[in-house]
Structures are given as structure tokens and as C-alpha cells.
Design a protein around this ligand. Structure first.
Ligand code: N01
Length: 549
């Protein structure tokens, strides 16, 4: 597919665009479409050999959509895409999501403006020309008036620092950068580190053919039935017929889901009523468990315990060995780590070839060439699967490390906190926009829809600047401080910051530990619209340097 990408320039030359986009995933692809529609010249760069971003890299066994599920994890800007694409299941496999994104690229001829297999290794702002310059791994250079960082909230992999891990001679894979060649588990002894969404999706699939699976668990997790089912022709016809209503619901819902906002309060009902509702939702599966149960689970300890205890009972019912079930009991507030949907995860522990190792009582000491040594002894293994997650939300921005005014690297500006305004812009980094970055609803929102809405706002900013001959925009420091305080106030009113998670940065040693996502849901998009309608209070503009000449 890479052959269809933008042709390479002659060595040493420099290309000029209106908009530069880093990342050809769900967000960057939409940005390319949107800015092209505005008549702007756009260039996208991506290290992968084709479109898809997260969905290109995360091709581990069992990878599926959870969250909004199909057909609602999709672009909404045109009815045509919805009407012409047939989703087969409610929780589509990674290959089906990737096929949809490839179709989007084909349909709108996106690849001709994307340079694949090209890693952006430097980005710097030039005050004199009011432009960003990008340098790539292939030695290319390009400038753009606007830089859009669609670098992915979950794309910089988190690799554990364990003594001897580099000496392990068997196959080693991270779920977030899974190889494109087939991986066979047949007859192999496999250790999986990590029991987040990726590990919990992969483990039952690996267990089907592996000789032995060691699940190395640091934190026991709540997981809920995915409730995946085939979509019938009737389901698809119904979704198409009511698409206008569905889309309106997605726009209005706090998480971008096609659901009514939930106002039911757990502690106003009896324990029997609560359990009856949980049971009904458990049987149906999917994120409906959260969307249609109680509104106070993330804020009230009692409400939270009612849901947590229900799930713990379910785990004990499923897992036959009581000692294994004990180790699988989570002890944090439910929902305060990213909720997980599973397809046979707890049942996998009833298989003879799956062994759970609780790292809190039997920690990893080191790896050898042929195995993993925990306190209780060495387990010989042929393969190591790292399902250890990501330096999430801020990690990919810091890996890009753009240099703003005065050549200041973002790593320096973000040493203690990921300062930003509206989750989109950073003081000292004019004309640079982040998609799904810190300070935005990002991972708490239906991500394709969130990307469309953020890109729409950026397009409005660009139009505003073009019609007024403005060359640069950036937020004031005071606006960043106020936004940061709002982000923290919203989070601190919930139980989320009280648990170690990738949401709080606690999974990456040395990372600033605070809850950086905006929890105001769709209020966020009202704030963006209000800011645009009032001509961008909290931001400063500079005249276009060309118009000053
Ligand atoms: O990563 P995670 P993930 N030693 O960070 C453990 C999205 N997603 O890739 O909890 C031992 O959740 C770590 O332990 P702990 C989704 O938003 C979506 O699974 O930190 N263990 C944890 O168990 C998701 O939330 C889909 O104590 C170590 C695990 O590794 C996000 O991506 C599918 C360790 C990491 O879990 C990330 O999920 C998959 C160490 N040194 C993912 N370091 C969809 O279906 C880490 N761990 C759409």
C-alpha cells in the first residue's frame, strides 16, 4: 500500500504546505480529508506502511473494538460512509476496523497526501516565518503554517524494565506493536505480562493453542462480558434508517455514545433492585453495563462497592479453583481503571494449560535466556507477550518533542504537568494543535467522533485567521492555568484519581502523576463552540508576517 503514498521529493529539497499532520490514524486521516475540503494543502506523515494508526499496530490475537462498538465507532460527517459499510459484529475485530479505515482512505483518495514509513523526528517553530518545520527519518524537510499532532493517545508502548529481559532468547512481542507476520502459539509455553484490555483480550485466544500460558498479573482487574454478537441485515437496516437520531444522540451524550444520558442513582434503590439491574446488563454485555446502570458509580464509594461486589461474585462463579479466584479479586474502585470488556477471560483460568501468577506475592526477579524467574522459581518459556500498555495521552507528544518559541522543547515545558488550553493548544507553541491530548476528553469519548469535532474547531480557527490575515495563535499562560484547574477539579470530584492507572500516569515510572483527561463530557464541545463564537478569548493572535511586509 505504501507505493500509493505521496511521492518522495528530491533529496535536499524542502516542501511547503498549509497544514502538516503527524499520524495517519483515525484522527489524522479525518484531518487530511477536512482540511483538503477547505482548499488547504496538506501533508501527513506516518511511520507505518499504511493508514490506521492504533488499528494498524494493535493486531494481537483477540483485538476488538470495545467502547461504543460497531457501527458507532465510526466517522459521522457523511451519511454515505455509514450507509455503504457493512459491519459484521457489534465488537468488530481489529481487521474489520482496519478494513473500514482503508475503505475511508480509498473512498476519498487520501493516500496521495500521506508519506508512509516516514518517522517525524523533529518539529520546530520559526518565529520569523510563522511556520513549523518538520524533519523526517528519511531526511525530508517540510514546512507548514499549522501543525496537527494526531499522534495517538495510546501509541507509545510502555516496556517493562525487568533484569535480564533483553537476554531472553525466545520470541518477544508487545501487543501495541504486534508483527504483521503470523504468530503461532501452537505447542509453545507463553508468558503474558499485563492484564489490562489488551492482555485480557489476548489471553483466551493464546490459550486455545498454546501448550502453557503463564499469566503474570500485577493488578487484578474487573472485566465485563463483551456481549459480542453478529449484526444482522435487520440490525444494519435499522441503524441506517435511524442514523439521524443516532448521530444526534452521539453528539449529545457525555461520552459520544448513542445512548440516553443516565441519571439513575444506585443508592436510591434496594440491593435487590441493584443486583437485578446488574444481572440484566451482565447478561446483555457491552459498555451498556456502565451506560445503563447508575450515574453515581464513579463518584460514590457505596455505589461503587455495589457494582464491584457484583462483579467479584461473578468472577467467583466462573472460576472453578477458589485459590485462583482469590488472586483474581480486584481491590480498587471499579471503573477507576479503564473498564475492560472480555470474551472468555475468566473462563480461561478453568483450562489446564493456564496458570495465574500473582506478582504481588510472587514477583518477577529476572529473565534468563529460556525463561522467567519469579520468587517461586523459574518457568521455562518459548515466548513472551508484553501486554504492558502505553505511555498514554501525553507520551506520543513528548516523543515528538516539538520545539516552540525560543527553541524550548516540550519535554522541558511539560516536566511537571502537561500544560495546555482546551486540551488543544500549548502556550509557547503557536499554531500547534493536539488531537486527543491531555486536557481533552480524548480517551473518555468516542474517539473518531471526538477527532471530527476537534478537527472541526481547528478548521474554524484557520478560517478565522485567514479572513483576518493572522499568522499565529497561541493560548495565554493564564488560560492554561485556569483550564488545568478545571480539569483537576472535575477529576477530583470523582474516584478516578484515587487509583493508579494509565489515566493518572502511574503506570510509567517518573511520569507526572495526575488525572489529565477532561471529564466534562460533551460540555467540552460546548466550550469549544463558545470560544469560537466569541472570537477566541484566552488566545492571542499575531498578524501574518507576510501581510506586514
Ligand atoms: O494497557 P494497560 P492495555 N510489570 O495499561 C501491567 C485501550 N485498548 O494495552 O495495572 C508487571 O491497560 C499493568 O499492571 P498495573 C484501552 O483504552 C482498547 O491493556 O499497572 N505488569 C496492566 O495490567 C485500554 O485501557 C482496546 O498494575 C505490568 C497491563 O500491564 C488501553 O488501550 C483493546 C508492568 C497494562 O494494561 C491500554 O490497554 C486494548 C510491569 N513492569 C486496549 N507494566 C479495544 O478493545 C505494566 N504492567 C478498543
Amino acid at each position: 500500500m505504501a507505493s500509493q503514498s505521496a511521492p518522495r521529493p528530491t533529496p535536499g529539497s524542502i516542501e511547503h504546505f498549509d497544514v502538516l499532520i503527524v499520524g495517519a490514524g483515525v484522527s489524522g486521516m479525518y484531518g487530511l480529508y477536512h482540511f483538503r475540503q477547505m482548499g488547504l494543502s496538506v501533508r501527513v506523515y506516518d511511520g507505518a506502511s499504511d493508514v490506521g494508526g492504533t488499528w494498524w499496530y494493535n493486531r494481537y490475537p483477540g483485538a476488538r473494538v470495545d467502547g461504543p462498538g460497531s457501527p458507532y465507532y465510526c466517522y459521522t460527517f457523511t451519511d454515505e460512509l455509514m450507509k455503504e459499510w457493512d459491519w459484521e459484529e457489534t465488537q468488530s475485530e481489529q481487521s474489520a476496523v482496519l478494513a473500514y479505515l482503508e475503505h475511508f482512505a480509498d473512498r476519498f483518495d487520501l493516500r496521495r497526501d500521506i508519506r508512509f514509513e516516514t518517522w517525524v523526528k523533529g518539529a520546530s517553530w520559526d518565529e520569523a516565518t510563522q511556520r513549523w518545520t518538520l524533519e523526517t527519518s528519511t531526511g525530508e524537510r517540510a514546512t507548514g503554517r499549522y501543525l496537527i499532532c494526531a499522534v495517538g493517545a495510546l501509541s507509545t508502548t510502555n516496556l517493562p524494565d525487568i533484569p535480564g529481559i533483553e537476554d531472553f532468547a525466545g520470541e518477544t512481542y508487545h501487543t501495541g506493536s504486534w508483527p504483521h507476520h503470523p504468530v503461532s502459539f501452537e505447542g509453545k509455553r507463553v508468558a503474558v505480562i499485563g492484564t489490562g484490555s489488551s492482555g485480557i483480550q489476548a489471553i483466551p485466544e493464546i490459550a486455545k493453542t498454546a501448550d502453557r500460558v503463564y499469566v503474570l498479573q500485577r493488578t487484578a482487574q474487573y472485566a465485563f462480558p463483551a456481549g459480542n454478537r453478529p449484526l444482522t441485515a435487520e440490525d444494519r437496516a435499522e441503524a441506517r434508517a435511524s442514523w439521524e437520531t443516532i448521530r444526534a444522540k452521539m453528539y449529545a451524550h457525555p461520552g459520544g455514545f448513542p445512548a440516553d444520558p443516565n441519571s439513575r442513582i444506585a443508592m436510591e434503590e434496594t440491593p435487590e433492585q441493584r443486583d437485578a439491574l446488574y444481572e440484566k446488563l451482565w447478561q446483555r454485555g457491552s459498555f451498556r453495563f456502565f451506560l445503563e446502570s447508575y450515574a453515581d458509580v464513579a463518584v460514590s464509594e457505596e455505589a461503587n462497592a455495589s457494582m464491584a461486589n457484583f462483579v467479584k461474585r461473578k468472577i467467583r462463579e466462573i472460576v472453578r479453583d477458589p485459590k485462583t479466584a482469590d488472586k483474581l479479586m480486584p481491590n480498587h474502585f471499579v471503573m477507576t481503571k479503564r473498564p475492560i470488556l472480555e470474551n472468555g477471560y475468566f473462563e480461561a483460568f478453568n483450562r489446564d494449560n493456564v496458570t495465574l501468577i500473582d506478582l504481588r506475592e510472587d514477583p518477577i526477579e529476572r529473565f534468563t535466556r529460556t525463561g522467567v524467574v519469579t520468587r517461586s522459581g523459574e518457568k521455562p518459556i518459548d515466548m513472551l507477550v508484553l501486554a504492558t500498555g502505553f505511555d498514554a495521552i501525553s507520551g506520543s507528544m513528548l516523543r515528538l518533542d516539538p520545539k516552540g518559541r525560543g527553541g524550548v522543547p516540550l519535554k522541558e515545558r511539560w516536566k511537571e504537568r502537561f500544560h495546555n488550553h482546551l486540551g488543544l493548544m500549548i502556550h509557547g507553541y503557536p499554531n500547534l494543535f493536539m488531537i486527543h491530548g491531555p486536557g481533552s476528553p480524548g480517551v473518555f469519548y468516542n474517539m473518531p467522533l471526538g477527532a471530527e469535532r476537534q478537527m472541526g474547531w481547528i478548521g474554524d480557527v484557520i478560517r478565522h485567521m485567514q479572513t483576518r490575515q493572522l499568522g499565529a495563535i497561541e493560548p495565554m499562560k493564564a488560560s492554561e492555568d485556569a483550564w488545568g484547574a478545571e480539569v483537576s477539579a472535575l477529576a477530583n470530584a470523582t474516584l478516578f484519581p484515587r487509583t493508579d492507572s494509565w489515566w493518572t500516569g502511574a503506570n510509567v515510572p517518573g511520569k507526572p502523576r495526575y488525572f489529565s483527561a477532561y471529564l466534562g463530557g460533551s460540555i467540552y464541545y460546548h466550550r469549544l463552540a463558545e470560544t469560537a463564537s466569541k472570537d477566541y478569548p484566552g488566545f492571542v493572535f499575531e498578524p501574518d508576517c507576510e501581510s506586514k511586509k
